[in-house]
Design a protein around this ligand. Structure first.
Ligand code: ADP
Ligand code: MG
Length: 322
């Protein structure tokens, strides 16, 4: 099964940042309110995600790393309440890295246990020390798949990609405390807050928090909220454009292009305005499961979404005399 898992891993695990995304999603699904991410060597030598969520019972530890085993099965793909549902991430990671899962189940009382996987080989669970939640440790990503290792970028670039993933998740979950640390970075802490704008300001910058224009628009059942930066508050890349669909971080070319369109007259073509957009729509009108890991979306009516975004931002700019 190792080969199959290694191939499946290519779908879910592209680089250290994709591992971080999967592990943070698992922590959120487990109800964590504190998530710590530690990295070394750009995440290539070490990734460790610790949470204070509900944990995994010792009898479930071996299942957590078995392919297509998920505790989150929903009978309706249109109505998935959890971030994960495929049961692919942990087995995939275990097939291309040294994986340790340490957990203490909230309901089963006293003991914590850990389980290790190397090269797809699973060891029996053994007692471990842990006060709460789950710690997932991933060492030497792709050590067994040199062809994949070769495609990773340098430590700095992989580190930045991890920071980007954490920022995107942090904006979606302001009530969760995130801490990103490691010998390869300056520590980042986003304290838990009930105010979404406070979290956005913590991630994007105080100036954005103070000056951004607030979006609130509705068209044919699609709701747009969030914040659009002033044209002068622009950047050399699109790293500070954040998109969420029904609360999940997504990537989408049509949304990037909608932002460009909205600001076309007031921001130079090679500059990128800052924006945080939350779209809320009927789950049946959007497919967020196009790709297992990439967070791509497909709208049933892309023209409607584009029109809504461009129209709402332009109206705000006009109202502000821009
Ligand atoms: P999925 O998230 O699609 O279910 P994963 O491979 O990511 O698949 O995880 C497998 C299972 O392991 C999950 O369904 C969950 O039961 C358990 N699990 C993984 N990470 C955690 C965690 N941090 N806390 C509690 N349970 C976890
Ligand atoms: Mg998962």
């Amino acid at each position: 099964e190792t080969m199959i898992d290694q191939i499946a891993a290519g779908e879910v695990v592209e680089r250290p940042a994709s591992v971080v995304k999967e592990l943070v999603e698992n922590a959120l699904d487990a109800g964590a309110t504190r998530i710590e991410i530690a990295t070394a060597g750009g995440g290539k030598s070490l990734l460790r995600v610790s949470d204070n969520g509900g944990g995994i019972a010792v009898t479930d530890l071996p299942l957590a790393i078995r392919r297509h085993c998920t505790s989150k099965l929903s009978d309706n793909l249109d109505n998935i309440q959890t971030l994960g549902f495929r049961g692919e991430a942990l087995p995939s990671i275990g097939s291309v890295a040294r994986l340790t899962l340490r957990s203490r189940h909230r309901e089963s009382g006293a003991d914590a246990h850990e389980i290790r996987v190397q090269n797809g080989q699973v060891e029996a669970p053994r007692p471990a020390a842990l006060s709460q939640g789950t710690v997932v440790e991933v060492r030497d990503l792709f050590y067994s798949v040199p062809a994949r290792l070769k495609f990773l970028k340098g430590e700095k670039a992989e580190s930045s990609a991890i920071t980007d993933v954490v920022r995107r998740m942090a904006i979606a979950f302001p009530q969760v405390r995130f801490e990103l640390t490691g010998e390869d970075r300056t520590p980042t802490v986003f304290e838990a807050t009930s105010d979404p704008l406070a979290r956005i300001a913590a991630v994007v910058g105080k100036e954005f928090g103070e000056n951004a224009l607030q979006l609130d628009a509705l068209r044919e059942g699609v709701e747009l909220t969030g914040f659009a930066g002033l044209p002068t508050f622009n950047r050399g890349n699109a790293l500070f454009q954040f998109f969420y669909v029904n609360g999940r971080p997504v990537r989408d070319k049509s949304l990037l292009s909608a932002i460009r369109g909205a600001y076309a007259d007031v921001v130079a073509r090679d500059r990128h305005p800052v924006a945080v957009l939350f779209l809320t729509l009927d789950p049946r009108d959007v497919d967020v499961n196009v790709h297992p890991a990439k967070a791509d979306v497909r709208f049933r009516d892309p023209g409607l979404v584009r029109g809504l975004v461009v129209g709402a931002i332009r109206a705000l700019l006009a109202d502000s005399g821009i």
